[in-house]
Design a protein around this ligand. Structure first.
Ligand code: PGA
Length: 249
């Protein structure tokens, strides 16, 4: 058990492309009404763009923050379909996911683009949650650390001042939405590797979340690890009670 965890825990829900106004309203109400059960950590939900205003209206003034799941690297202009960091800030977002594996895999986002998106988010006063993680094939080939280092390189190149203001999320692709979680020891080993890269840069206190099939039943054992500072939660964030039970862990 880790008794000297100094970094404040953070649990972020990633709704992905789920939601509908009526269902969102009851989810947001459920979160808001019971958030005090999880007051020992920072909590946020990252919702689809069209529901940002609904999240703002439902959560404003409470202890749960909100954010988006992607952002443009551009400030403004002729970029049809893109959403800028300033627009997210305009809706009261504090958080934005960048480089989620679904964006990297299905939308061709490169390591460099992810770092550029993180920069755009920081410039608008948002905290980017930079996601990294290896595929099953990469893991089986023993390339986990190498892949993470490659994904992180352009982000770490932003320098200590910028990196000190991000949150990182380690999400092994083989654990996302599969019900297959990394063991606490597996995740801890990767987090420790990331932590030493952060320490080399002079920012050892950056929070590193774990993501990939986190649920109430496995959260406590993950959070017991010294370098796991919280979770990025997909499926289980769509049920208020389950999400808050993770946060309470
Ligand atoms: P999951 O998703 O919790 O449903 O595995 C995590 C994520 O993709 O952020």
């Amino acid at each position: 058990m880790n008794t000297e965890h100094t970094r404040r825990r953070l649990v972020i829900g990633n709704w992905k492309m789920h939601g509908q106004r009526a269902a969102n309203a009851s989810l947001l109400d459920g979160l808001r009404a019971n958030a005090s059960a999880a007051s020992a950590c920072d909590l946020a939900v990252c919702v689809p763009f069209p529901y940002l205003d609904q999240a703002r209206a439902g959560l404003q003034g409470g202890s749960i923050a909100w954010g988006a799941q992607d952002v443009s690297k551009h400030e403004q202009g002729a970029f049809t379909g893109e959403v800028s960091a300033a627009m997210l800030a305009d809706f009261g977002c504090q958080w934005v996911l960048v480089g989620h594996s679904e964006r990297r895999t299905l939308h061709g986002e490169t390591d460099l683009l992810v770092a550029e998106k993180a920069t755009a988010a920081l410039a608008a006063g948002l905290t980017p949650v930079v996601c990294v993680g290896e595929t099953l094939a990469e893991q089986e080939a023993g390339k986990t650390q190498e892949v993470i280092a490659r994904q992180l390189a352009p982000v770490l190149a932003l320098g200590a001042e910028q990196v000190g203001r991000v949150v990182l999320a380690y999400e092994p692709v083989w654990a996302i939405g599969t019900g297959r979680t990394a063991t606490p020891e597996q995740a801890q080993a990767v987090h420790a590797g990331i932590r030493s890269q952060l320490a080399a840069l002079g920012v050892p206190e950056v929070r590193i979340l774990y993501g990939g099939s986190v649920k109430a039943s496995n959260a406590a054992s993950l959070f017991a690890m010294s370098d796991i500072d919280g979770a990025l939660v997909g499926g289980a964030s769509l049920v208020a009670e389950e999400f808050l039970r993770i946060a309470a862990a």
